[in-house]
Write a protein that binds this ligand. Structure first.
Ligand SMILES: [Zn+2]
Length: 254
């Protein structure tokens, strides 16, 4: 009798082990959405929740510029001018990053890929390390809502803190009320809050046009591969509510 119990127990442990091994496999999530859709915030919260690294190609490129003088000379001015770097450059920097062991558990890609070419590159890159994109989540926010977010945003010209005229206004209109620590003393910033050039509606509209043009084929690509989950969000929803929907979609595949 004891032998049977022990055997059953042993089997159960083996099954549990297999289950755990499966659970511990890498999880790669691609978070997609228009500029200002909240991808960065969602990605960092998701990364905290699931304990997998947050990968922002924008940050990777900026870090590369600060650490690699040859790269900085070649692409620094291009990036400063606000231009997108070519796909092959992004690919090089990203593949270098993804070769690190910290990504053995997966990663949350924030706003990448941006087009089908990048999606195919990413697929190959992940396949080399025996991984794949497990789910592509599209945070679908209406253009009008996004327009409201960016056109109402004000940025302090002194400390860089951001406000929103409706959702998060400063105490006095046009004046930054951030508390700044300076040595032992603290004081209120008092800088002038202004609308940044790239938050102007006509600039934002151009970025949306660009995004929509390349996104339609990407949307189809992930849909055809059965990897796409769309999550509708709007300005009435809190970030936590959007995060819950994203977490749910991720747990479905994890
Ligand atoms: Zn300020």
């Amino acid at each position: 009798m004891n032998i049977i119990v022990n055997l059953a127990y042993e089997c159960w442990i083996q099954v549990a082990r297999l289950f755990n091994l499966k659970r511990r496999k890498a999880l790669f999530v691609a978070l997609l959405g228009r500029p200002n859709a909240g991808k960065g915030t969602i990605a960092s919260k998701l990364s905290e929740r699931h304990g997998i690294p947050h990968i922002s190609t924008g940050n990777l490129l900026r870090r590369k510029v600060s650490e690699d003088a040859v790269f900085a000379a070649e692409w620094g001015p291009h990036m400063k001018a606000g231009k997108l770097v070519p796909d092959w450059v992004v690919f090089r920097v990203l593949s270098e990053e993804l070769s690190k062991p910290i990504y053995d558990i997966g990663g949350v890609l924030d706003g990448f890929p941006r087009n089908v070419t990048q999606a195919k590159m990413l697929r190959r890159m992940l396949a080399w390390r025996g991984n794949q994109i497990d789910v592509a989540i599209y945070i679908d926010v209406d253009r009008q809502d996004l327009m409201e977010r960016s056109s109402g945003r004000r940025t302090c010209s002194s400390c860089g803190r951001t406000y929103h005229i409706t959702f998060n206004p400063s105490k006095v209109d046009g004046v930054c009320d951030a508390v700044i620590a300076d040595g032992d003393s603290t004081g209120v910033c008092g800088g002038k809050t202004v609308q940044r050039e790239d938050d102007r509606p006509e600039v934002v509209a151009v970025r949306f046009e660009e995004f929509d043009r390349t996104f339609a084929p990407l949307h189809r690509y992930y849909e055809d591969n059965n990897l796409l989950v769309s999550i509708r969000a709007n300005n009435r929803m809190g970030i936590e509510q959007v995060l819950e929907a994203v977490v749910f979609a991720v747990e479905e595949v994890d």
